[in-house]
Structure formats: C-alpha cells, structure tokens
Design a protein around this ligand. Sequence first.
Ligand code: BGC
Length: 417
Amino acid sequence: MKLQHLIKSMFAATALMSAAASVHAVEIEVLHYWTSGGEAKSIAELKKMMEAKGVTWKDFAVAGGGGENATTALKARVIAGSPPTAAQIKGPSIQEWGKENVLANIDAAAAEGKWDASLPKVVSDVMKYKGHYVAAPVNVHRVNWLWINPEVLTKAGAKVPTTMDEFFVAADLIKKAGLVAVAHGGQPWQDATVFESVALGVGGSDFYKKALVNLDQTALTSPTMLKTFDTLAHIKTYIDKDAAGRDWNLATAMVINGKAGMQFMGDWAKGEFTAAGKVAGKDFLCVPAPGTAKSFTFNIDSMAMFTVKDPAVQKAQLTLATTIMSPEFQEVFNLNKGSIPARAGVSRAKFDSCAIKSMDDMDATNKIGGLVPSMAHGMAINAAQQGAISDVIAKFMNSTMSSKDAVAELAKAAKTK
Ligand code: BGC
C-alpha cells in the first residue's frame, strides 16, 4: 500500500474508533458494600453485563458488612452535590432519599420490562417513591437462618437443633468437644441480626411484628422481650473471646473450616460457602434459626438511581435497571450471592436446596402471616430508630447489662423519631 493510502486508511480507522468510543464511553459509578468473596463474585456479574453493553463500570465499593460505612460515604457524596450514578440502598431508606429529591425516575425501564407484573407487590412498593420506580431489586435474602457444619455436629455427637432448647443442647456438646459453638463477629449489625432471629424464635412472628416493626411499647416491654434478652445472654456464652470486631465472613469461615459449629446469619453467608466450593446439604446445612421455621425475615437488596444531568448517563441508568431485572442477571447474581431472585420467571433449576427452601418458605410464610421485614437489615423501621435499637443490643452484648435494663433501654430507643 502506498504511504498516502496507508495514512488515509489509518485516519479512517482512528475516526471509526473514536466514534465507537464516544458511543460507548458512558461511565456509571456504582456504590455498594459487596466486598466479601461471595459478594464480590456476585457484583462482578453485573459489571460484566454492563460492560458487554458498552457501559464503563466505575466501582465505588465501601467495605463494611451491613452497609453502615457505605451509607456514610453516600451521604457525603450527596451533600457534596456529586452522587454516584446508582447506590445499593434499600427498604424505608429509599423513601428517605426520595424525600431529599435526589432519586431518578426509572419508570421507562419498569414499563418496558413489565416490572409491576413480575414483582410481588411487597417488593415493588419499596422500589417506588410516590408511585414512581426509583430503584431496582436484585434479590431477596432470608435473615433467619442458622448455618451449620455437619461434621462438627457429628464430632460433638450433636443433632441439628430446631428449638432453642435443642440449640443449647447442641451448643453444649460442641463446646465440650473443644470447638466454638457459635461463630460470631462482635459488630452492632451482627449483634442485631442474632437478636432479631432470637426475638422471632422466642416470640413468634406476631410478637416480632409488634415489637420490631410497629415498635409497640407493650410488646417491647413484655416478658417475651425479657426472655429474648435472657436467651441472647445465654447464646453469648458460646461465642469465642476473639469475636470483637470480627467481620461476618470470617465468622462464616470458622464454620466452613470446622473451627465452629453454627452461625446465625442471613443467606449472604451461603455466598461464602458457595465461593469456597462447599455443597448445601452435604458440606453445610441451612436450617431456620431455632423456633422460626414458620417465619421468614426478608431483606431485599436494591440499586437506587440518583438524579444525573447527562442524558447519556440517564440512558445508562435505564440500561442498568433493565439488566438488574433480567432473568439472566437475577439467576447468576443470586446463585453467587446466596439469596433468591426478587422477580418471577427465573428458572429454579440451578439453585441449591437452601435457595429452594427459601423460595418455598417465602411463599408458605406469606400465606400464614409469617413473612416479616428484617429490622436489623433496614427493612422495617427508619435508620435512626434502627441505629438506636442496634446500639442497645450491642451494649447488651458487650457488657454485663441485665435483661431488665436492656428491655427498658430498648423501649426508650424505639421512641427515637
Ligand atoms: C445486605 C447483604 C450483604 C450483608 C453483609 C446485608 O445488609 O443486605 O447484601 O451481603 O448485609 O454485608
């Protein structure tokens, strides 16, 4: 080729490339707190799918289980006037952000994808602010699980517990065998996670709703609440001395590698078992937290979209929302995350026995009034109330505070506006 032609065709190629770049150079910045092994694998699938659609993914990951650190980072960015494109927020806090007038309307994606028809109303209501979709749900996590290493049980001569009494029998045997009975990380949100499962087991779902959803003072100060704290105090005696500050996934690792027998945790814990190549029903067991078989504490993760000016980014937000709600994404994300799809129409074929149980139990508990929002995971009450309640529980877990004092403080914290 003559030099002149070569230069000409090089120019043409460069022009083509930059045209392609300007079409594809849209960048979205996504704030989330999915940084453990299983979580990172899950969110990587969304990144992959968005990049395949020509959208560049700027990861804004803020470590810290339960998302407290991520919320702090989000507030700072919104106050500074530069919110991320999307952020992992959920439950009543979507309404709180909606009131600040910072969320973007994604009705166009919802209408095109017929979201109203494929989401249970309990889910779609949470994703809307004043009747308009502002967030897309990625999953449904169940919180009231107990994760068990069956080998540890066998070694200890213990049986899978279904009631609190059986739980303490198993815990005693595991302790006697020289292992940690209860894997736990001493962080307020983990303490609150155990607490709500215990309250549910001790009092049942009606009590749970009255006390931890409606913040009813009679339920909060009842003998049942006293018994909840007494039970929590008893559980405390089976937690090892190094638990302070331990991340939840490190506690799960103790169950995975047989150092500990059991962990109270939502099914993001299953994401860790899966990432470690462990098989449900064989290498690990998932059973409802003692006494909670007829209830299901739900925790729905979602991505809320923030108002942005650039029309190309607005378009990318709709692409993100549509991708999140696609059956392909809901399948692969939830296989890794330990949760179940939020939407209907996703094949069950690849899901393990824990996920199938979760799907079945969600339906069954919904029919009998046992499907309840997780207080510890931002589904039930506003952030200020949740924070005040979690503080009391954490104080109880880390001191010699009596159950009676804890009940009084809890009832006071519930009055937070
Ligand atoms: C979130 C999960 C997350 C877990 C641990 C929960 O509140 O809903 O998605 O895996 O916290 O960070």
